[in-house]
Design a protein around this ligand. Structure first.
Ligand code: AR6
Length: 178
């Protein structure tokens, strides 16, 4: 089964999909950016409390864990930890790819049919957006034909210039659903 991939501009907390992905930190605590927005929209402390209880060791960079979604329209939140950008020679591309891959595999195991990703690592963690878009497009190109349950992958950008970079990267790979 081939998953459709779409790019859109918006607030990921409003997406009506089975799972939204959070750009989390290793300690799984509520931070700023999209992470803060997801925790707030979910309804406050419960999300953080569940994450801390179920994953007391946190989540290593490049990996992902799931919690319930509380007041969000989604069924689950997958907390994926992207790399901090240190200049690109510190394994950042492989770790970013792994954060997306781990999220997709987890969503598959949860039998989710639709998933929305933010532009992981491109805010507070400083990953250059154009380079991140290339990594994401490469990862999705590798994985999209092997997904069984997932039929829709949304890349939810926060503004139109970010969306354009991800769209172009997917177009170059020939995997954008318009
Ligand atoms: N919907 C969609 N995208 C958003 C939203 C939103 N509501 N809010 C921000 N973005 P960031 P990171 C975009 O900084 O770089 C947190 O404190 C934003 O424009 O949220 O992975 C965590 O707890 C940017 O393009 O995540 C970690 O400590 C993208 O989301 C750390 O920041 C990611 O920006 C993670 O940093």
């Amino acid at each position: 089964m081939t998953a459709k991939i779409k790019v859109l501009v918006g607030d990921i907390t409003t997406r009506r999909v089975d799972v939204i992905v959070n750009a989390a930190n290793q300690r799984l605590i509520s931070g700023g950016g999209v992470c803060g927005a997801i925790h707030r929209a979910a309804g406050g402390f419960e999300l953080e409390s569940e994450a801390q209880t179920r994953y007391p060791e946190g989540c290593p960079t490049g990996h992902a864990v799931e919690t319930s979604a509380y007041n969000l329209p989604a069924k689950y939140v997958i907390h994926a930890v992207g790399p901090i950008w240190y200049g690109g020679e510190d394994g950042e591309p492989a770790l970013l790819s792994s954060a997306y891959r781990s999220s997709l595999l987890l969503a598959e195991n949860l039998k989710c049919e639709s998933i929305a990703f933010p532009n992981i690592s491109t805010g507070i963690y400083g990953y250059p957006m154009d380079l991140a878009a290339l990594v994401v497009a490469g990862t999705l190109a590798q994985m999209k034909d092997d997904l069984i349950n997932i039929k829709l992958i949304e890349l939810c950008a926060f503004d139109s210039s970010a969306a354009a970079l991800y769209r172009n990267a997917l177009l170059e790979r020939g995997i954008l659903e318009v």
